[in-house]
Each structure stands twice: as structure tokens, then as C-alpha cells.
Design a protein around this ligand. Structure first.
Ligand code: HEM
Length: 403
């Protein structure tokens, strides 16, 4: 096995300044060195994987660990250190067999059937928010009015977290996904969120209500296996993963459909096209850059390169989802393509647990918004829409619209 010549030292991941494109260097690397060693923003080095088949190989290989506490785990932030130091790992940071068990404990809450049962309530939430937008002043700012509240309300109701506290957890989770947030502030955000959820979970354990956290507490009690810190970590992960990601996909999807009248008209004319459009938008934007990293627990060969035990590997969905070997004309948004094999939700054992929920929320928002507000348009030129260029979850800060 040969190791390709070292890449010029440069920081990864690259900032994203345009919603529609990823850094052109990813395409060059994918063609020339689809697995290559790079230096990270945090100062350490890791292998960057940009080819679709290799990204799936990495994410499917359990010799590559998700344990964030490992010193070789790729660090994405300028501030070194493990901010999750005083929170026990949740499933996203576990390996089998612990991961299998932790995932299985909540899997039943996220099946297609369970999520389908939430459809009427999600529709109601979306309609209520659109009513409010339509009753308010023009222009409206859609991130605050729709993109954030919809997934936040949904995950709050599912978990049994009071939505009245949304400012508190949204502010903290937004600090966590920004690479430039100073270490102390990130640590404070983790600690404040943890102590909030600590109290909330303790109340669930006493009262055993019929919501996700209450049901988990009841199951633990019945099995005689009470794991309070584990439930706090699970709540932490589900609360953050459940709203931050979907909110950004709503904003970006609405932006793309406002800029592209043809796919918007196709969806309006035939709602059966919305789900494939959601799949394509997930591929096209590939918003999650931080989560799909791993560290090798033994020597592993990837794409003809020897990755040594202890080295970090970053499987970049945004690059893999623009791989021409997997998607024809990958830089085009084409809602009629078959995009389901994208890796925007990851791949393998850690593939997104909330994907059915996210798909449904996106489908309902796009269908309902453009049907109810057919003359919706951007209130500023697209180039002026502020993007989260330095966040581990890509998205928009604001989306000013009018109608
Ligand atoms: C895992 C993306 C929405 C909960 C993941 C992973 C990705 C991802 C890429 C894989 C991480 C890895 O390989 O280590 C997204 C995107 C979303 C979304 C793009 C929205 C558009 C959600 C929602 C929830 C959720 C709504 C919860 C209700 C989770 C959980 C995991 C996960 C619990 C960890 C699964 C495991 O480790 O087994 N997500 N996600 N996600 N996601 Fe999502």
C-alpha cells in the first residue's frame, strides 16, 4: 500500500461561503487523492475522505471508532479540548456493543410507523406558524418564524421538553455548533444544558409521563436498570440533533426552491415529487460536516492507503454527495434524480436515527408553505442572505421573505 504525497498544509473543513457550492478543492482532492492527510482547524491532522464509495466504507467499518474522547478523534474547532468531558457519551459517540444497546433503547420511537403517527400534529404546527407569518408584517424573517420553531416544537413535544424554554436551549446549541465559539463558552453551554436536562430527566423519573423521556425512564425502572446520566446524555443529543439540523435544512430548502421556480412548480403540481425533492435537497446541501468523523482503533486500509491505529478520519458527506461517480451532474439541483443513496444522514450503524422525522418535517413544510403562499419570494438579493460559513452544521442565519 502506498501513501500519496502529503497534501499542502491547509485547514479543514473549509468554510462554506455560498449555499450552492462546496469548496472546489474537494473535487480536486476527490479526483487526485480521495483519501489524504490534512491539517484541521483545531491544529491536529486527520485523513480527509472525499469519494462517495470510500465515505460509505469508512462509516460502515466498526474498526473506525466514534469515541470523541479518543485523543486521535478529529477536532473541528480552533479551541482544543473535549467539551463533552463531563457528559457521558451518548450513542453518537459510542461503539458496539454499547452503541447497539443505546440505539436499540430508543429505536422504537423513530420507526416509520411511529413517525407517520405524528404527521397530523406536525401539519398543525406548520400551519400555525404560517398563519402567524401571514398575519405579521412584511418582510418576514423565516428562520425565526418557521425554520427553527417547527423542528423545535416537534422535538420538544416528542421528548417532553417544555417549548417555553426554547430560547435557552437554542442559544446554547447554536454556540456549540459554531467552530469559532471560544472553548470556555462552549464548555459553559454544555454544562448549562446538562444541568437543565439533569433536572428535567429527574422529574421524568419521578412522574413517568407518556413522552419519550418518560417512557425511557419507565422502561429503565421496570428493567431495574436506572441510568440517569445515560438518559441525560440521550436527551442532550436528541434535543440538539432534533432541531438544529432540520432547521437549517428548512431554511436552505426554502431558499433553493425560491431561487428555482421550476422545481417549485413541479412540487406544487404533483406533491408526490416532494419526497424525492427532499432527498435531493439533503444531498445538494449536505449540511452536517462534523459528525461523520472517526478514529482508527487498528490499522485499516482505505482506498489503498494505510490508516494507522489512533489516526483520525473525516468522512466528508458534502464532498461525497458531489461525487460524479455516484451522482450525474452533481453540482446541479435536480429534484427528478434518484438521490436516495446520498450520505447526508451518514451511513452504517450510526446512520441518522431521526431521518424519518426530518424527512417528514421537510416534506410538510415545503408542501404547505408554497401551496399556502404561492407568491412567496426573497426580500433581499440571494447573495445577501447570511450563511453560517463556520458552523459544523451549515445553514442560514436569516431568510428575509415577502409575498
Ligand atoms: C446521527 C444528519 C435530523 C437524531 C446523524 C448523522 C448524520 C445526521 C450525518 C450521523 C453521525 C455519524 O455518522 O456519526 C442529520 C440531518 C438531519 C438530522 C442532515 C436533518 C435534516 C435529526 C433529527 C434527529 C436526529 C430530527 C432526532 C430526532 C440523530 C441521532 C443520531 C444522528 C440520535 C445518532 C445516531 C447513532 O449514533 O446511532 N444525523 N440528522 N437527527 N441523528 Fe441526525
Amino acid at each position: 500500500m502506498t501513501e500519496p504525497a502529503a497534501a499542502p498544509p491547509t485547514a479543514y473543513p473549509k468554510p462554506r461561503t455560498c449555499p450552492h457550492s462546496v469548496d472546489p478543492e474537494y473535487a480536486r482532492l476527490r479526483a487526485e487523492r480521495p483519501i489524504t492527510k490534512v491539517s484541521m482547524l483545531g491544529g491536529n491532522t486527520a485523513w480527509l475522505v472525499t469519494r462517495h464509495d470510500l465515505v460509505r466504507q469508512v462509516l460502515g467499518d466498526t474498526r473506525l471508532s466514534s469515541d470523541r474522547r479518543h485523543p486521535g478523534f478529529p477536532r473541528f474547532t480552533v479551541n482544543q479540548g473535549n467539551i463533552l468531558q463531563d457528559l457521558p457519551p451518548s450513542m453518537i459517540g459510542m461503539d458496539p456493543p454499547e452503541h447497539t444497546e443505546a440505539r436499540r433503547a430508543v429505536l422504537g420511537e423513530f420507526t416509520v410507523r411511529r413517525i407517520e403517527a405524528l404527521r397530523p400534529r406536525i401539519q398543525q404546527i406548520v400551519d400555525d406558524r404560517i398563519d402567524e407569518v401571514l398575519a405579521g408584517p412584511r418582510p418576514a424573517e423565516l428562520v425565526a418564524a418557521l425554520s427553527l420553531p417547527v423542528p423545535s416544537l416537534v422535538i420538544c413535544e416528542l421528548l417532553g421538553v417544555p417549548y417555553a424554554d426554547h430560547d435557552f436551549f437554542q442559544q446554547r446549541s447554536s454556540r456549540l455548533v459554531h467552530r469559532s465559539t471560544p472553548f470556555d463558552e462552549r464548555l459553559r453551554a454544555v454544562r448549562e444544558l446538562r444541568s437543565y436536562l439533569d433536572e428535567l430527566v429527574a422529574a421524568k423519573e419521578r412522574e413517568l409521563p407518556d413522552d419519550l423521556l418518560g417512557r425511557q425512564a419507565r422502561k429503565q425502572r421496570e428493567a431495574g436498570e436506572i441510568d440517569h446520566p445515560g438518559l441525560v446524555s440521550a436527551a442532550f443529543l436528541l434535543l440538539i440533533a432534533g432541531h438544529e439540523t432540520t432547521a437549517n435544512m428548512i431554511s436552505l430548502g426554502v431558499l433553493a426552491l425560491l431561487e428555482n421556480p421550476e422545481p417549485r412548480a413541479e412540487i406544487l403540481a404533483d406533491p408526490a415529487k416532494t419526497l424525492p425533492a427532499v432527498e435531493e435537497l439533503l444531498r445538494y446541501f449536505s449540511i452536517v460536516e462534523g459528525a461523520t468523523s472517526r478514529v482508527a482503533t487498528e490499522d485499516v486500509e482505505i482506498g489503498g492507503v494505510l490508516v494507522r491505529a489512533g489516526e483520525g478520519v473525516m468522512a466528508l458527506a458534502s464532498a461525497a454527495n458531489r461525487d460524479p461517480a455516484a451522482f450525474e451532474r452533481p453540482d446541479e439541483l435536480d429534484i427528478n434524480r434518484k438521490a436516495r443513496h446520498h450520505v447526508a444522514f451518514g451511513f452504517g450503524p450510526h446512520q441518522c436515527l431521526g431521518q424519518n422525522l426530518a424527512r417528514m418535517e421537510l416534506q410538510i413544510v415545503f408542501d404547505t408553505l408554497f401551496r399556502r403562499v404561492p407568491d412567496l419570494r426573497l426580500a433581499v438579493p440571494a447573495a445577501e442572505v447570511p450563511v453560517k460559513s463556520e458552523a459544523n452544521v451549515f445553514g442560514l442565519y436569516e431568510l428575509p421573505v415577502t409575498w
